[in-house]
Design a binder for this molecule. Sequence first.
Ligand code: GUN
Ligand code: ZN
Length: 472
Amino acid sequence: MGRLGRLTVNKKIIKTPALLPVINPHLQIITPAEMRNMGVEALITNAYIFYQSDQYRDIVKEKGLHDLLDFDGAIMTDSGSFQLSVYGDVAITNTETLSYQRDIGSDIWVPLDIPTSPAADRATAERELEVTMERLREAREVFGDDAPIAAPVQGGIFTDLREQAGKEIAEMGFSFCPVGAVVPLMESYRYRDLLRVVMASKKTLSPASCVHLFGAGHPAMFAFAVALGCDIFDSAAYALYAKEGRYLTAHGSYRLSELSDLPCACSVCRSHTADEIKSSDDKERLLALHNLHATLAEISRIRLAVTDGTLWELVDERCRSHPQLLAAYREMLNHTETLEQHDRATKRRFFYRGDESCRRTEVLCYQEKLSRLRLGKNVIVVMGGERADGYDTVLRFKPPFGPYPQELAETFPIGQSEIPPWDESMVRQGCRGIRMLAESHKESRVTVACFRHWAAFVRDELPGIEVLADED
Ligand code: GUN
Ligand code: ZN
């Protein structure tokens, strides 16, 4: 479900997937102008911080956010809902925060949604969702259909509430849709719950809407989230991690103190040694710069992977960096039928990386198409050996896909898939392809030829199909 997109706000165009760095006006460890030079097209800041600040409240109204922050890209503002979820209360109403965000010249405004805690029971989640939806309706009534208002999807961990919220938001015509209240899930590594919440929200939102995963800033999970159809991330992690002396990479983070070398190509890491950063007075800023570079590079890598059709490979690799991410990846494979509807027909390659690869969309999609093959009366699937004589149709075999005619040998996925020596998982999955072929061609008689050391295994997988065994 990963896709490339273009988000247009106030004539500014943002390529998605995109990362919006979080700016705190009081702590600009990296300035917005520096971020612009790093290729940042949009950032996010918290309108409530400006609103509450004697230093900034009025001056930002006069100068406008873009001038004040010295940033000519897009600026999204959050409402104060985050403070609401942390402190339980905020001194501003829904229409007040939206008016303020409008007045300071924000490009994307966020209403005062209620981020329901994952610990909330169903009655609470329902009640809070009703408040959020009412505020979205109010936002529409007061500010009109064309106001650049984001519509957060809430509902706690209840997937039916997320679906319901997504549906109502789609019906109201909102096109920028953050999935809300997921920070506590990510903080406690509950990536399977995250998967369920995102899949439920995506199910009913319009496919044309831009989906923002609110508060997701660790680059190790971006590829996974993009594969679920998320388009926008916002990161305070680059600064928060730096403050704690932590060094982000796309496959996890390190404590600076445990690094003897800097495994990164960014300008900071190439112009300093690990020891130099450790003893620098500028340590926090150098770390923040590296963290932001590493985060932005991962977004670029993801965009490239989507272009090439190698996002699965990237997801597979990244999800092995944390056991809970791997658990979520495996859970994602239970949703292949949904994912497959959005998948594309051809890709640059398919790299087999073990058991999980057997359940990828490309395998499912290939096997579904087997029913379209035209076969003669007597068909042989040659898994090994040379027994092609005397059959009307000769098919080859490539696990985990299954049987294929010679004419497809160089097309995707057969021709572009890299597989290691056969293992049982892939052969089992390939046999599923043979069964599907036989079941969809009852008028043909399918026989299989394989090497002797696979024969017992293959016979078990193909009841009712004759399996001939050849010398290895
Ligand atoms: N920041 C992180 N999560 C949320 C959320 O659910 N709503 C808003 N408005 N801001 C957030
Ligand atoms: Zn670096």
